[in-house]
Design a protein around this ligand. Structure first.
Ligand code: NFE
Ligand code: MG
Length: 494
């Protein structure tokens, strides 16, 4: 018997995501992921001063504004033909690093832990799917206490960012050419002090909690597998090479396709709109992208477009970065941490392609990154400049390719008469939660759902766990808000 299971909206994520599955004999056989908001930022940007893009694109989202600040300023660096000096590069990395840390801690404790840990009997811990809580009460209570501690820790990460970004969310200091902040001993020590507290929390609380949950939910190392193609633009620049595909990054730019690492050619990225509510042409590269809404398009079911690389579906995010780092082997701390986690959980490398693999890689990269940031902050040279000057060209094109915490983030600009002629962003959740493309291939999240077990269609907790393992953010992904009914959680079984 076929049963249609609709979760709309899928809660505890940013924005409104609707997930519809068809379940047959206890297994998902069809899945549709729909971004249900249209935002229209790309239209807002057209005709404005290019320098506004760094501030306006940060308003896509309050969770990952730092990534938009960096991608947008790198997009303008590229259009202006400039690169930041070392200090500008390092301080952008530190601002972005602070945001990865807070975002990953937010994801585990506040967006996902309650899928696995039974909280107390009052909001926000209820309502919930009532099934499959496996941890003893004492362990659950301890992780719930860390849920509260994590709220304070995220504040520290925001403060750490604000030392150099001026404020959080929505940084003030990131500009084309670098950053406007003047570093001093006071800022470096304040940053280091906050970082020490965060590193202690990551090593002593966050990573152990993820491993504790993983141990009792080891079957989720085989659930939510996905397309097994991974793409990352990389992040955290280690040199000032102008050509981004040649630049050395702490997380490497690469693709993992059919089990092997391949270079990434950004010219092969296009966005299909057959299943999306747009009347613009399908299969356009983002640099020539158009965003013309058509809410009555019959073939469509999402406001998200479907980004594809060389017509293939790719997953982006911490698992993509983890698989690339592990296969490449050049980031030894990352490789070692993944090996340790797999050994502790008695899992094979292939188990990374799963719900658990996404959570493990997210926690591990938080530690590896926070450790590296302690070295980076000491590379700042207090008497050196932090920004390179630019001249506004009459006409230019630029692109910024950079991994946000949730994965590959691209900004593309076209400048004409010193104004923005066209601005396009392709964000991580658009890659992951995309609908079917022109060839009918389901998106990465849809593929992860197909084949998943759903024992009781009235209680589809496995679907929620798979979706949330991607850390979807629909605010980022569709860029306008239309009012909708404020349903807390609706599970419709037809
Ligand atoms: Ni709204 Fe974002 C990140 C970006 S996700 S959180 O990380 O860019 O699509
Ligand atoms: Mg877009």
């Amino acid at each position: 018997m076929k049963t249609r299971v609709v979760i709309d909206p899928l809660t505890r994520i940013e924005g409104h995501l609707r997930v519809e599955t068809v379940v047959e004999d206890g297994v998902v056989v069809e899945a549709r992921s729909s971004g249900t908001l249209y935002r229209g930022f790309e239209q807002i940007l057209a005709g404005r001063d290019p320098l506004d893009a760094v501030q306006l694109t940060q308003r896509f989202c309050g969770v990952c504004p730092s990534a938009h600040a960096v991608a947008s300023s790198q997009c303008l660096d590229n259009a202006f033909g400039i690169m930041p000096p070392d200090n500008g590069r390092i301080i952008r990395n530190l601002i972005q690093g602070a945001n990865y840390i807070q975002s990953h801690i937010l994801h585990f404790y506040h967006l996902v832990a309650l899928d696995f840990v039974r909280g107390p009997e009052f909001p926000p811990f209820i309502p919930r799917f009532e099934a499959d809580y496996r941890l003893p009460k004492s362990t659950s209570d301890e992780i719930v206490s860390h849920y509260v501690q994590a709220l304070h820790i995220r504040l520290k990460a925001h403060e750490m960012s604000a030392v150099f970004s001026g404020k959080m969310p929505h940084c003030a200091s990131v500009v084309p050419g670098g950053v406007t902040v003047t570093p001093g001993v006071d800022k470096v020590t304040t940053f280091l002090w906050r970082l020490k507290e965060l590193r202690d929390f990551i090593s002593d609380v966050y990573l152990p909690d993820v491993l504790t949950v993983a141990e009792v939910y080891r079957d989720y190392a085989e659930i939510g597998v996905g397309c097994k193609n991974f793409l990352s633009y990389g992040a955290f620049d280690l040199d000032n090479e102008p050509v981004v595909t040649n630049r050395r990054r702490f997380f490497a730019m690469a693709r993992y396709h059919s089990g092997a690492l391949e270079p990434l050619d950004p010219a092969k990225i296009t966005e299909d709109v057959t299943s999306s509510w747009y009347r613009s042409a399908s299969h356009l590269p983002p640099a020539a992208g158009e965003t013309l809404p058509d809410p009555n398009k019959p073939s469509a079911y999402s406001w998200l477009k479907a980004p594809r690389y060389d017509n293939s579906v790719y997953e982006v995010g911490p698992l993509a970065r983890g698989v690339i780092a592990y296969t490449k082997g050049s980031n030894s701390a990352y490789v070692k941490s993944i090996d340790n986690a797999l050994a502790q959980l008695r899992l094979k490398k292939e188990s990374l392609f799963s719900v658990l693999g996404r959570h493990l890689c997210r926690a591990i990269e938080t530690k590896v990154l926070a450790d590296a940031m302690a070295d980076w902050v000491l590379e700042i040279k207090l008497d050196q400049p932090t920004a390179t000057r630019h001249a506004m060209p009459d006409s230019a094109q630029g692109r910024g390719l950079w991994d946000a915490s949730r994965g590959a983030l691209g900004h593309w600009i076209s400048i004409r008469n010193k104004l923005i002629e066209r601005y396009q962003a392709v964000v991580p959740t658009t890659w992951n939660a995309s609908p079917q493309d022109d060839r009918g291939q389901p998106g990465a999240l849809e593929q992860a759902l197909i084949g998943a077990p759903v024992k009781d269609p009235n209680n589809p907790f496995s679907v929620a766990r798979i979706v949330r393992s991607f850390d979807p953010c629909v605010a980022c992904a569709v860029h306008l808000v239309t009012p909708r009914g404020r349903l807390l959680q609706k599970v419709r079984v037809i």
